[in-house]
Design a protein around this ligand. Sequence first.
Ligand code: 2AM
Length: 478
Amino acid sequence: GTAQIGVTGLAVMGRNLARNFARNGLTVAVHNRTAARTRALVEEFGGEGAFVAAESAQDFVAALERPRRLVIMVKAGDATDAVIDEFAPLLDEGDVIIDGGNAHFEDTRRRERRLRERGIHFVGVGISGGEEGALHGPSIMPGGSAESYASLGPLLERIAATAPDGTPCVTHVGPDGAGHFVKMVHNGIEYADMQLIAEAYHLLRAVAGYSPARIAETFRTWNTGRLDSYLIEITAEVLAQVDAATGLPFVDVVADRAEQKGTGRWTVQIALDLGVPVSGIAEAVFARSLSGHAALREASRGLPGPSAEPLGEEEADRFAARVEQALYASKIVSYTQGFHQVQAGSEAHGWGVDSGAVASLWRAGCIIRAAFLDRIRGAFEAQPDLPSLLSDKQFAEEIGAAQDDWREVVAAAARKGVPTPGFSAALAYYDALRSERLPAALTQGQRDFFGAHTYRRTDREGAFHTLWGGDRSEIAAD
Ligand code: 2AM
């Protein structure tokens, strides 16, 4: 075969990825269960580059140069296993199967183990950037063996997004499921970013009394500063949109029930297993879930709240500036939590993930791309063992400068009855981390009281138990 890479599964993501490879000078074998899609791709886009259309699995495999590199782009789950089962018997030792779907990293680990026994490399790759990214340059998060990356990496570099400094947004993240894990956390951070932006909008609307068009302008201004990011940019577009049918702002005619496909939920589930406090991501997942509980919301509509008079013009503008501070500070916390989870996953699985490299490949192509990520990359580069983003001098200074306004905004939200679970959780995380003493000491006392769970002391080594039901003296417990 002559094709350097093959793509099977030619729905829009697979088709765009195949076109991206071809447009960048690679010969691409294309295949789909239903051959009509393969034919359609070549008919419509055949002029963009060198495609080899294969109708059967055998033809597809035969079209690939060795070691074969075959990208699976089907819906994550059973379909992935079905396609692996179809192709694996046709492959040889040293061939590489690449799963570009949104697989759960534990599935990727299982598939990698199974295929490794047969000498086949299995590379789970997180791909972010949606349809447009797949075509014009996504952010690519490959896991799998370092050996497979040696041959695959140069091909991925050709199609990846390019960061402002010219670096392609692809790096070998780590072995087996590391790529899909990092993609999962990316999506969790995306949920948190979106929630924080939604809260900023809600506050500007309900507290400052701004119109959607005015808020669009505000976001456009913010997008020229430290919040410069894809999500802020598209938020301005969405807020400026006017519904053609009614002439109303688009946001006012869209049903306020947020949906989800599950990667945010996975992030939180895994975080719970790892014991990582990703409260911002969790609040974002819960906020979407709450919005969808129509009956519960309907039944609660009559509950009392504060009076909702918007601020005067001048006060409103001052408040808007404070919201920018609160948004930025909360965003720093979201990323602090997300990178904590990346490191916790890396340690649990022995992946050796480099946080700076992860920040680097999120700088372009993906949904959370932002100027901010280059600063995170810089922070980890300057200090690779940075215990937390909040320990970085610059971020600590910025969040310190924002904290007064941040508190004002959270307080105003509470007074005005605007729900800000993201801002509030982020502030609580910040305050908890900087606290000298936490009430966890009291929690330990309670646990010892009802369950003899024991506690440790600040002044002596060892575990202790107080005889709560007896004379309340303390005994050594180990
Ligand atoms: P299809 O065009 O034959 O339906 C998204 O659904 C993509 O995944 C489509 O290209 C689809 O192929 C493919 N797909 C879904 N389930 C599949 C399976 N079990 N085996 C092979 N391809 C599958």
